[in-house]
Design a binder for this molecule. Structure first.
Ligand code: ADP
Ligand code: MG
Length: 471
């Protein structure tokens, strides 16, 4: 993924994007922004939540000529929530350049909109119906528009806006640049593109590239109180060679890493309250493989690039789908497969569904592993060790002793004893962690946050924030 500074953007936009917390481009941004900057018409198709707004927003802001006070860009969106949301994002991207964007939508007092239009916004983000109202009243003129964007084009077509879109585009000078973004690409869009775009370049990002990679995702429903014991069993069963375990708070990370160490796992905690040298040493040990389990908060793990992580455990479910994608992006990298398991308490199941919506993947429900499963897992590891040594290593030095032992007892009993010695005892002393309050799919604070909790299939509402696979 490219950084934004590699795209040849103005300093003002680079600064704005950095302020928004974007570190690198998403795939759709990486591929569309350079084309749009060259003035090409383009069609961008990528799943919801992949950053399509900035993909058109950045070239749109770059194209605005501040010396001219006219409206130079229009963005059409299917709903008013989206109009508001897109305008917000454009105002952020254009913040340092001082490009102002105005949302215009049905249901809002038209007189107020007319007053706002007098402030000379350079960009208007509108729902088609209300924009046409203004065109009829001549309170918005589109003769000066240089770039037209159709956002969420599939939704607009679903909502029957096709004629409105045609009317609007006919009012925009033909030498404009036209960008079309959509999550899906039905035939109708291609027809629209043929009529209103000039040799559009088509950028299509396949779904699996944008989110969760090769990671197999599953979840286990487990009451808060049982989490730790279930987790230990799961570790025994899966025997990860290098795993990251996510806890919700710093206290949680401390308690969990201590408890794991007490039970004999090789675990260390990582969070922001640790000294820099402590963090460095924990990370070094983890990279070297001397520590097998890295227990971390979201913040501490953000941006970590560690190869060879085989398992990610969400001991606590992340607060929002974005963090989920960040977390599991720690495994399954570079074409390797990984395994992500999320613990969900019964009250957190709604949150789990919203994560499934944003990643567009179902998580496999797994049963709570029993202590017998855990025991078998550990036994399997002991057996594998014995077989590997028998096959690959020179055991000649031990053979006389083995023969002597066979005089004392039969071979099955002796092998069973050796297995017992090599199998980790999974019955352990009880450990109680301080409980974390369950996460709930809380009511959204603003329209942007509303997004993840609405299904894509509910028409005309769902808009999911996104995250990149690797920050
Ligand atoms: P889409 O239109 O494809 O559904 P959005 O443009 O609404 O997706 O973006 C979803 C979320 O991702 C927003 O919160 C946005 O601010 C954020 N986002 C966009 N680009 C990036 C990036 N490069 N890095 C991090 N976050 C990003
Ligand atoms: Mg969008």
């Amino acid at each position: 993924m490219l950084s934004f500074s590699e795209l040849g953007l103005s300093d003002q936009v680079i600064k704005a994007v950095a302020n928004m917390g974007f570190e690198e481009t998403t795939p759709v941004q990486e591929q569309t922004i350079p084309l749009a900057l060259q003035g090409k018409d383009l069609i961008g198709q990528a799943q919801t939540g992949t950053g399509k707004t900035a993909a058109f927003g950045i070239p749109l802001i770059e194209m605005i000529d501040l010396d001219s006070e006219t409206v130079q860009g229009i963005v059409l969106t299917p709903t008013r929530e989206l109009a508001v949301q897109v305008a917000e994002e454009l105002n952020k991207i254009g913040g340092f350049k001082k490009v102002s964007t105005l949302p215009i939508y049905g249901g809002q007092d038209i007189e107020r909109q007319i007053r706002a239009l007098k402030q000379r916004p350079r960009i208007i983000v509108a729902t088609p119906g209300r924009l046409m109202d203004h065109m009829r009243r001549r309170t918005i003129r589109l003769q000066t528009v240089k770039m037209a964007v159709l956002d969420e084009a599939d939704e607009m077509l679903n909502m029957g806006f096709v004629e409105d879109i045609e009317t609007i585009l006919q009012a925009v000078p033909t030498e404009r640049q036209t960008l079309l973004f959509s999550a899906t690409m039905p035939q109708q869009i291609k027809i629209l593109a043929q009529r209103f775009m000039r040799n559009p370049e088509i950028v299509s990002i396949r779904a699996k590239e944008v989110t969760v990679g090769n990671t197999e995702q599953s979840y286990i429903e487990v009451p808060e109180k049982q989490k730790f014991d279930v987790f230990c069993r799961l570790l025994d069963l899966q025997a990860p060679s290098l795993a990251i375990v996510f806890g919700r708070t710093k206290r949680r990370v401390d308690e969990l890493s201590e408890a794991l160490s007490k039970r004999g796992y090789s675990a260390e905690g990582l969070h922001g309250d640790l000294s820099q040298s402590k963090r460095d040493s924990v990370l070094r040990q983890f990279r070297e493989g001397t520590v097998e389990l890295l227990v971390a908060t979201d913040v501490a793990a953000r941006g970590l690039d560690i190869s060879g992580v085989t398992h990610v455990y969400n001991f606590d479910i992340p607060q929002d789908p974005e963090s989920y994608v960040h977390r599991i992006g720690r495994t399954g990298r570079a074409g390797k497969s990984g395994l992500a398991t999320t613990f969900v308490t019964p009250r957190e199941l709604g949150l789990l569904r919203s994560i499934e919506n944003i990643t567009n993947r179902k998580m496999i429900r797994k049963p709570i592993p029993s202590s017998i499963d855990a025991f078998k897992g550990q036994q399997r590891i002991a057996i594998e060790r014995i077989l590997r040594v028998a096959e690959e290593e020179d055991t000649a030095k031990y053979k006389t002793a083995a023969e002597d032992m066979l005089e004392e007892a039969d071979s099955v009993t002796l092998l069973a004893a050796a297995l017992k010695l090599l199998t980790k005892d999974t019955d352990a002393n009880p450990i109680v962690l301080t409980e974390e309050a369950p996460m709930r799919s809380r009511a959204p604070r603003n329209p942007r946050n509303a997004a993840p909790y609405m299904g894509r299939h509910k028409p005309h509402t769902g808009r999911h924030p996104m995250s990149k696979p690797r920050p």
